[in-house]
Design a binder for this molecule. Structure first.
Ligand code: BGC
Length: 772
C-alpha cells in the first residue's frame, strides 16, 4: 500500500517527484475520452521507468497465441488493444542539454489530475547538469467535446539564464505493445506528411488493417503573445516532427501549444483520413487551447451534475469515489455500440483492453443509472452483435444446434483467452450476459428489448447450458462437471454451485422471456423461432427437466450452499490465521497449494446470492456470508464491492465501509501492488455499487426504486443520483434523515424502508433514518 498522493475532494495530487512510483502515477493520472486514452507519460524525454501508452478505442491486433501445451479449442489469436502512435512528444533541448527528469534535479514538482474539469497539469523546476534552471508548466486534455482530439500547453521559463530553446514536436508511430507475445511490432506506415508546424502520420495495423492518422499542429506564444517561428519538418520511418529554435529570456514564458488528433478508419473512410485529419486539426486550432479547456470543464460539469457522489466528512472517501466515477466516464461514453470496457480501460495493457464478464456483472448498473438508457442498451447490443461468434465459439468446443458460449475475453466476439481452465471452464460468464438482459429490463422497463435482441441471445445461452449439464444416473440429477467458478482459485471442479445456479436461472428466464415475446408480439416471436430454428416444445421440455432436477450442492448441517463438490473435505482455515508474509497468496504460494486450499479469490457462492437475492432469506445469506467471507482473500479487485453490498444488507456497517474503502482507493493507494499495469476500471463500477446498492440499499423491485440507506460511521452525509425511467432522483442521507428529490415533471412512487411513498414532480420528501 502506498500513501504518496494527497487527499483532496476534486483533484489527485502528487507533490514532489516520486520517480520510483512513476509507472503507478502514469496509470492513476491517465486521461481518456471514450475514443482515445493516454497514460500520464511526460511530454518531454524521460529515460526512467515508464510505460508509454496511447490507445485508440476499437483498434486491435490478433497477436499469435503463445502457450506451452496447445489444446484443441484454444484460439489461435489473442486480440489486444494496440498501443498506438505517441502524440504527446516534445523533445526539449536547452542550448546543448536535453531536458530529462530522470537525469536532472527536479524541485517543486506537482502533478494534478483535476477531475472536476478534466485536465492533467504538471509543474516543476528542473536544474540541468550545467546549472541552468527552467520552470515548466504542462497542461493537457483529452477532449470529451472533440473526442478524437487532445491538446497540450507546455510552458517553459528560464529562471537564471538566456539562451536557445530547441523543440522537436513529434508524432512517433514506432510503438510496441509491452504485452506482445513475440516482440512483434503491430503497425506499418502508410503515409506521412509535414507542413509548416504540422505533421501527419498515417499508420495501419498488420492483419486487421485498421488505419489511424495521428496528427499534430503547433503554435508558439511568448510572454502571452503569438510568436512567429521557423519550423523544420523532419521525417523518418513511422515518425514525423516539426523542429524549431527559439530565443528564450530569463523569466519570460515560452508556451508551445500542441493540438493533436487520432482519427481511425472505424469512423472515417480510409482514403479520406488524411484530409479529415487536416480539417479536424484546423478546427481545433482555430478554437484554441483555452476554449478547448473551458468547453472541457463545462462538459465535465454536466457529467458531474448527473453522476457525482458527494460525501461529507471524509475527504479520502470523497476523492476515492470521484476518482472511480471519473475514470469510468473517461473509459466508456456509451455512444458507440462497437465499443466496450476493458478491465484496465485506456490506462494500461494488462487484460489486452478486451471485454470480460466484468461489463455485464459490474459495469452495467453504473452506466444504466447514470447515463441515458441507450448507453446501457448499447452494452447489451454489443453482445447481440457477437452472437454468431459465440455460436462458432461453442461449436469449436463441440456444442451444436445454435448453442452459444460467449468468450471469457474478447475484442470482436472471438475468444481471446487460452488457459484451458478458464477458456473452456469458466463458463459462468454466459450467465452474467443473460443476467444483464434481465437487469436492464428490470431497471428500465424496456420489455421491447427482448423481442428486438434479447431473446436471440438468451436462446443461444440456454441451449449451451442444456448441452453442458449432463444427467447423472448415480445422483438421478443433472450435474455440471469440470468448471471454474468466479473463484479462480479452484479449477476443474464439479458442480460449482454458482455456475449451476445461474445456468438453471438462464433456462427459466429464457422460457419466461419467450412466453413474454410470444404474448406481446406473436409475429415477431414466429420470426425469431424460425430464425433460430427453435423447437419450442422439445427444447423447453429439456430446459424444464434440468430446472426440475438440477443438482445444487449444499450442506444441510451447516446450512450453506457448497461452492463445489468436495469443498468440505478441505482444511477449513480462515484468512485471519494466515501469516501476513503469505499474502497475497497468488504471489506467495504455488498454484498447487492455492488450488488445494480453501481460500477464495472473490465472491463465488456469494456472487450468486447477490444476483438472486430474492431467492434467499436473510438467514440463508447470513450463514453463507459468515461461512465464506472469512475464507476469502479478495485478491480480485471485483471482490470487495460485492461483499460491501452484502455486509450492508446484513447490517454490518463497519465491514461494509471497510470493503468500500478497499475498492474506492484500490488504485490511489496501490493496494494490490499492481496499479503500474493500469487502473482497475471495471471494479470502479463496483465501488459505485457499494455506495448506491450498499450504503443506499438501492434496488429496483416490481418497477419501483426501493431504498434502505444508512450512513457509514465517519461520514456526515452522502448523496447520490440515479436516472430512473425519466426521473432524476437525488438521495441524500445524513445521520438523522434521508431526503429524496425528484427532478422530473412527473410524480414518482418509491419504496423507502419498505414503505411506499409518492414524490411529486420537482419536489422532495424527507424521512427519518431507520436503523438496519
Ligand atoms: C478475475 C475475473 C475478472 C478478470 C478481469 C480476474 O482477476 O478473477 O473475475 O473477470 O480479473 O477483471
Amino acid at each position: 500500500m502506498k500513501n504518496y498522493l494527497k487527499h483532496d475532494e476534486w483533484c489527485i495530487i502528487e507533490e514532489g517527484f516520486h520517480r520510483e512510483y512513476n509507472e503507478i502515477s502514469e496509470s492513476v493520472f491517465s486521461l481518456g475520452n471514450g475514443r482515445m486514452g493516454q497514460r500520464a507519460n511526460f511530454e518531454e524525454t524521460f529515460t526512467g521507468k515508464t510505460l508509454q501508452g496511447n490507445y485508440v478505442a476499437g483498434v486491435y491486433y490478433p497477436d499469435k497465441t503463445r502457450v506451452g501445451w496447445w489444446k484443441n479449442g484454444y484460439p489461435e489469436y489473442f486480440a489486444k488493444v494496440l498501443n498506438a502512435a505517441n502524440w504527446i512528444g516534445l523533445k526539449i533541448e536547452i542550448d546543448e542539454e536535453e531536458l530529462d527528469l530522470n537525469t536532472c534535479e527536479v524541485s517543486d514538482f506537482v502533478r494534478v489530475l483535476n477531475m472536476k474539469e478534466g485536465y492533467l497539469e504538471r509543474s516543476f523546476v528542473a536544474t540541468l547538469p550545467s546549472g541552468k534552471q527552467v520552470k515548466v508548466n504542462a497542461k493537457r486534455i483529452n477532449s470529451i467535446v472533440d473526442d478524437e482530439a487532445g491538446a497540450i500547453r507546455y510552458a517553459i521559463t528560464p529562471l537564471n539564464f538566456e539562451g536557445k530553446l530547441h523543440v522537436t514536436a513529434f508524432v512517433d508511430g514506432d510503438i510496441k505493445n509491452k504485452d506482445a507475445n513475440y516482440d512483434d511490432k503491430f503497425w506499418d506506415e502508410v503515409a506521412k506528411e509535414t507542413a509548416f508546424a504540422e505533421g501527419y502520420l498515417h499508420m495501419k495495423t498488420k492483419k486487421t488493417g485498421f488505419h489511424v492518422v495521428t496528427a499534430q499542429r503547433i503554435k508558439v506564444y511568448q510572454d502571452g503573445i503569438v510568436r512567429d517561428f521557423q519550423s523544420l519538418p523532419e521525417k523518418r520511418e513511422k515518425y514525423v516532427a516539426n523542429k524549431f529554435t527559439l530565443d528564450i529570456k530569463q523569466d519570460i514564458e515560452t508556451a508551445i501549444v500542441k493540438f493533436a488528433c487520432n482519427l481511425s478508419s472505424e469512423n472515417y473512410a480510409t482514403e479520406t483520413l488524411m484530409t479529415e485529419a487536416k480539417s479536424y486539426l484546423a478546427k481545433i486550432a482555430t478554437k484554441g487551447f483555452d476554449k478547448m479547456v473551458t468547453e472541457q470543464a463545462e462538459k465535465w460539469g454536466e457529467r458531474w451534475k448527473m453522476n457525482d457522489i458527494v460525501i461529507e466528512g471524509d475527504v479520502a472517501a470523497q476523492q476515492g469515489i470521484r476518482f472511480n466515477i471519473f475514470q469510468l466516464n473517461q473509459t466508456y461514453s456509451g455512444e458507440d455500440a462497437r465499443l466496450n470496457i476493458g478491465p484496465k480501460g485506456f490506462t494500461g495493457e494488462k487484460y489486452g483492453g478486451s471485454t470480460y464478464w466484468d461489463t455485464e456483472a459490474y459495469c452495467l448498473p453504473f452506466y444504466m443509472a447514470t447515463s441515458s438508457e441507450q448507453v446501457a442498451r448499447n452494452l447489451l447490443v454489443y453482445r447481440w452483435k457477437q452472437l454468431d461468434r459465440a455460436i462458432e465459439n461453442a461449436g469449436k468446443l463441440g456444442f451444436n444446434q445454435g448453442a452459444a458460449l460467449y468468450p471469457m475475453v474478447t475484442m470482436n466476439g472471438e475468444e481471446c483467452h487460452n488457459e484451458w481452465e478458464i477458456t473452456f471452464e469458466e463458463i459462468h460468464r454466459n450467465g452474467a450476459i443473460a443476467f444483464a438482459i434481465y437487469n436492464y429490463i428490470n431497471y428500465t422497463g424496456d420489455e421491447a428489448y427482448l423481442g428486438e435482441f434479447g431473446l436471440d441471445v438468451l436462446v443461444g445461452i440456454a441451449r449451451f447450458w442444456a448441452q453442458r449439464f449432463n444427467w447423472s444416473e448415480y445422483r438421478k440429477k443433472y450435474v455440471m462437471l469440470g468448471v471454474t467458478g468466479p473463484n479462480e482459485y479452484e479449477n476443474n471442479v464439479n458442480n460449482n454451485w454458482y455456475t449451476s445456479y445461474i445456468a438453471t436461472w438462464c433456462l427459466k428466464y429464457t422460457i419466461e422471456a419467450a412466453n413474454k415475446v410470444k404474448a406481446s408480439n406473436p409475429a415477431r416471436y414466429e420470426e425469431i423461432t424460425q430464425n433460430l430454428n427453435l423447437k419450442e416444445v422439445e427444447e423447453f421440455e429439456k430446459f424444464q427437466a434440468i430446472i426440475d432436477h438440477v443438482y445444487l450442492p449444499e450442506s444441510e448441517e451447516l446450512g450453506v450452499f457448497l461452492q463445489q463438490d468436495g469443498f468440505l473435505d478441505k482444511e477449513l482455515i480462515q484468512v485471519k490465521d494466515l501469516a501476513p508474509a503469505d499474502r497475497p497468496i497468488n504471489q506467495k504460494w504455488s498454484w498447487d497449494r492455492i488450488l488445494r486450499s480453501c481460500f477464495i479469490k472473490q465472491a463465488d457462492v456469494l456472487q450468486g446470492m447477490y444476483f438472486f437475492e430474492d431467492d434467499f432469506t436473510i438467514e440463508q445469506l447470513r450463514r453463507n456470508y459468515d461461512f465464506y467471507e472469512p475464507m476469502t482473500v479478495h485478491e480480485s479487485s471485483l471482490s470487495p464491492c460485492v461483499h460491501a453490498i452484502l455486509a450492508a444488507k446484513l447490517g454490518d456497517k463497519a465491514r461494509s465501509y471497510e470493503f468500500y474503502q478497499r475498492s474506492a482507493r484500490l488504485d490511489l493507494d496501490d493496494y494490490n501492488n499492481d496499479t503500474e499495469d493500469g487502473c482497475h476500471i471495471t471494479s470502479m463500477a463496483g465501488t459505485w455499487m457499494s455506495v448506491v446498492e450498499g450504503f443506499g440499499g438501492m434496488r429496483v423491485k416490481e418497477g419501483k426504486v426501493t431504498l434502505r440507506p444508512f450512513l457509514p460511521e465517519n461520514w456526515q452525509s452522502f448523496a447520490f443520483k440515479i436516472i430512473f425511467r425519466g426521473h432524476i432522483l437525488t438521495v441524500t442521507t445524513s445521520s438523522e434523515e434521508v431526503t429524496i428529490e425528484n427532478t422530473a415533471e412527473e410524480a414518482i412512487t418509491i419504496v423507502l424502508y419498505g414503505e411506499e411513498l409518492s414524490i411529486e414532480a420537482n419536489a422532495s420528501i424527507s424521512a427519518a433514518i431507520v436503523a438496519v
